[in-house]
Design a protein around this ligand. Structure first.
Ligand SMILES: Cc1ncc(COP(=O)(O)O)c(C=O)c1O
Length: 362
């Protein structure tokens, strides 16, 4: 039974710990989603998101989890007779490829070992060999704790493949890692709010380029719920196509105010400090799962070099301290464990957690 007065502290890589002041935003009285009060809050939130993502193009708020936008990017911006290149380096990037196939699109896969990065050279080689409408990239692979070199990839794409659309899953990256959407030349980038926005799950933020909307005009059968063109029409009125998750938008508005005030350079620096702290501990006590150069600033995947029983350790920390961290994902279970350091988690929280893991593992 959950003790609601003392709920577990979450250090899993999503949903992450949510502070009480943020939770309280979800309890505000509801508003009519076609009224001017809602439109004001929606418009203000989108304006702040544009600042946080460094874009003057479109930012949409979707009442769905992020997986919906995997599908939306494909269904809106890749025509049925076109091919998309899906880069794959872990569980989530792998999944995007299967989602693209399930949308009936031709998919070419570029796979690397889990824990290694997808490089501009690999993508260049693949794109040079075919005719692609778009590529999918995962900025931060949550299953392996790896950050792909998306800036270098984007630079290469702009220089050599300016007509290929770039779709980026930024689920565990957005807010925690730098993202200058317009400058990078991306077309779709998205994140659900249970990661570095530090809000309970229930909403996704998606930046969409003007050229992605132009492309969508040429793509038939885009469906209804995730139709970017219908979203853009509603956005003109500071509304959403369908009834949005209004309590979550209140919380998103609240978090955006804090982030704008803090300034993104400081937000990214804060995430890097937490990552440096956890990485130093991981290297001393265990090892990092991926090459340090690509290790993520929002979560660390620790290589279980001591052969500890990860599930047992997680259970012990939970029972003694009401705190949960993550086992390895999928095939990496027990070989790795994962610690989130994003959103409203701070260095003191992490110091406590690491000491408790030390107590269990010696
Ligand atoms: C990188 C990445 N992409 C996609 C997803 C799926 O997001 P959601 O559960 O919000 O649909 C996750 C979830 O953890 C993720 O980490």
């Amino acid at each position: 039974m959950v003790d609601w007065k003392n709920p577990p502290r979450l250090f899993i890589p999503g949903p992450v710990l949510v502070k009480d002041d943020v939770l309280q935003q979800l309890a505000r009285p509801t508003l009519g989603h076609r009224g001017k009060e809602y439109a004001q809050i929606h418009g203000e939130t989108v304006d702040m998101l544009k600042k946080l993502l460094f874009t003057e193009q479109n930012v949409f708020i979707s009442t769905s989890s992020a997986s919906g936008i995997w599908e939306a990017a494909i269904r809106n911006c890749v025509a049925p007779d076109e091919t998309v290149l899906c880069t794959m380096c872990g569980a989530f990037s792998d999944k995007w490829s299967s989602v693209a196939k399930s949308c009936g699109r031709e998919v070419e896969e570029l796979k690397v070992e889990w824990g290694t990065a997808t490089t501009p050279e690999l993508i260049d080689e693949k794109l040079a060999s075919g005719n692609y409408a778009a590529i999918t990239l995962v900025y931060n692979e949550t299953s392996t704790g790896l950050t792909n070199p998306v800036c270098d990839i984007s630079k290469m794409m702009k220089e050599k493949y300016p007509d290929v659309l770039v779709f980026v899953d930024a689920v565990s990256a957005m807010i925690g890692l730098p993202m200058h959407f317009d400058e990078l030349g991306w077309d779709v980038a998205f994140a659900s709010v249970q990661k570095a926005f530090a809000i309970p799950p229930g909403l996704t933020v998606a930046a969409v380029s003007n050229r992605a909307l132009e492309k969508a005009k040429t793509v038939p059968d885009r469906g209804y719920y995730f139709d970017f063109l219908a979203w853009a029409k509603s956005a003109e009125k500071n509304q959403t196509l369908v009834t949005p998750n209004i309590p979550h938008i209140m919380a998103l508005n609240y978090q955006c105010h804090k982030l704008v005030k803090e300034g993104m350079e400081n937000v990214w620096k804060r995430h890097k400090e937490m990552a440096d702290f956890v990485r130093a501990w991981a290297k001393e006590k265990f090892d990092l799962f991926c090459e340090e150069k690509y290790a993520s600033n929002t979560l660390t995947a620790v290589k279980n070099t001591k052969g500890i029983n990860v599930a047992k350790t997680i259970k012990a920390v939970q029972e003694k301290h009401n705190t949960v961290f993550g086992n390895g994902y999928g095939k990496l279970k027990e070989q790795t464990f994962r610690i989130a350091h994003m959103g409203d988690i701070n260095l003191d929280d992490l110091a406590e957690l690491l000491a408790w893991i030390d107590e269990e593992t010696g």
